[in-house]
Write a protein that binds this ligand. Sequence first.
Ligand SMILES: C[S@@+](CC[C@H](N)C(=O)[O-])C[C@H]1O[C@@H](n2cnc3c(N)ncnc32)[C@H](O)[C@@H]1O
Length: 390
Amino acid sequence: MTKILKVKIYSLAFGGRGVGKIDGKVCFVKGALPDEEVTFRVTKDTSRYTEGEVLEVKVPSSDRQKPVCRYYSICGGCDLQHISYEKELFHKNEQVNQLIRRISGVKDFTADVIVPSKDCYHYRSSVTLHRKGGGYGYYEKGKHSIIPIDECPIAEKSINMELGKIRGEKGKNDITLKTDFQEKVWSSNVMGERFFIDKYDDTELFMSPKAFSQANRDTVVRVIKILKEWIGSNEEAASLFDLYCGTGLFSFSLKDSFCSVSGIDSNRIAINCAKNTVKRGNIRNVKFYKGDAEKLFFDVFQRNKTSRNILFVDPPRMGLAKSFLEKAARVNDIDRIYYLSCDPASFARDVKVLTNCRSWSLNKVLPFDMFPRTAHIEVLAEFTPPKTNS
Ligand SMILES: C[S@@+](CC[C@H](N)C(=O)[O-])C[C@H]1O[C@@H](n2cnc3c(N)ncnc32)[C@H](O)[C@@H]1O
């Protein structure tokens, strides 16, 4: 039988659900915002917490907005179109602080103020359409079924022009659409690797719709700028190790500050893109290795280390393996670690391992709103080694 409860919401959890308490038990309510009183349908009830979905907003928040997208209530892409952008940023900042304090055990840590996205709609330069049954579309919220879509307000406008056409396309695999710096659309639904030239600020590189690319061009350019500032310009005698390098965006953007750069990624097409960029620009100080980053790193490090060594990691959402972090933390010759993460929860878990191991310190964390209107948050962090080593 459907159980319906009433609750007052006091915060917004990572993932976008409103948080309230009934008789001391925490409730996570999909679609509810802080300061609201809502009734909700219970979808899960355990001894520790209750989960549910809003039925009626009895007292709405002044931050509540009408979602822009007509698929918002069913599409699995966005979670925060019903809140003002200003408050979305505020809550994302809070979520990063809470995750770090709760999971990493680094007490009283406060991240810097989140960097907003230049645009909160029409910013996505890469979307993937999934196939099931009749045609292509996005995943339905919380399910593996597909909803056909004709438009997506967070995708760049030129991608939107293609979406309706893709719906009926034939094929077995997912289709990724990417734009280049001139907003030309490139589809993965072709034979072969399909390279094109892309540009971020003044860095030109080969890209493919079949390799990873950052979703928000303006924001990633800002990430690169901040990372350059954090690393500083005195690294000409230093080596950079770019783990999970993809097509080499960070390797190429930072190469002028280092005597040697080594990038590692497991995706064959991404590494082919990176090697083509090296060839095209006759770049002498950047090398790429195809393989598992955590397995190859220690060997690549021994071959390319110099008097000063910087490790930069940008792993997928699941973060890094504990065994890798414990081994890397004990390498005496690593002078700084920079970590770019698209999941502050797995990041916070990794902070715990690194700060427990040979007492690396979490020096600073800067969140970026790489994915406005969705629950996702990007964070950039700097770790410094124990004093005796620095
Ligand atoms: C978040 S992306 C970062 C890419 C790159 N830093 C960029 O900015 O374009 C993560 C990358 O990790 C790669 N990857 C996933 N698992 C890997 C593994 N076990 N070893 C090496 N690379 C891996 C993917 O191919 C992808 O390029």
